[in-house]
Design a protein around this ligand. Sequence first.
Ligand code: ADP
Ligand code: ADP
Length: 232
Amino acid sequence: TPAARAVEVWKVYGTGEAQVQALRGVSAEFERGKYTAIMGPSGSGKSTLMHCLAGLDTVNAGTVYIGETQVTGLGDAGLTKLRREKVGFIFQQFNLLPTLTAAENITLPLAIAGRQPDKAWYDTVILTVGLGDRLHHRPSELSGGQQQRVACARALVSRPEVIFADEPTGNLDSRSGTDVLNFLRDSVRQHGQTIVMVTHDPNAASYADRVVFLADGEIVDEILSPTADSVL
Ligand code: ADP
Ligand code: ADP
């Protein structure tokens, strides 16, 4: 089974004149251990698709799966469990808790779920974050790139089925952005992680194994092994 799957998904906002068909029968599979970028013009439905896949938003028709779990139709308890155990999130704004250290931020999702980190895996993740003793500093004492690597580690530490990244490099200079993109690509190549990333940036998309293009709520194209030029 794919790590995530959308089958004929429709998402409609509003009613009557104000109605927007944000997704119009979208079907897509996100294979395990692959890095997919979703691109398309502003308003084409990229965020909506990601939110529907991750169980942050409900669909009007069609079905969404994360691994073996049918997300569509889950109640609140099921959705909470899904978000805690099966998916990880990386946001443009990092969303770290300012009063916690980097290390505490990384283990927070596990703490909330009442789970112990797998020691060997935790050490691996920490090593790849490459913060050294800054691991015990608060986010305000870290650069943007370091903060985003912490957010990546936080998404990775519970070994989710899929990590969803929404413009992860949108707030970073190009060098920090490259650091974060390398981190994400290494998590796919070395650890078999599955990543779905929304981005406007052709350079960011070139790190993915595949790019899916949305326009007006429909998938209009798909490219394998993209380069920055081929996705422009
Ligand atoms: P993208 O991420 O590609 O910019 P979105 O998924 O954010 O596109 O939006 C797709 C369409 O749905 C847009 O027309 C947007 O205005 C609309 N939309 C998104 N979220 C909402 C919402 N909560 N309420 C009403 N319309 C929305
Ligand atoms: P992005 O920059 O990823 O395209 P947007 O700025 O379109 O995101 O949307 C940011 C948030 O606002 C999303 O959660 C989206 O669902 C919501 N949103 C987008 N368009 C509308 C809208 N027309 N009405 C209400 N909420 C919207």
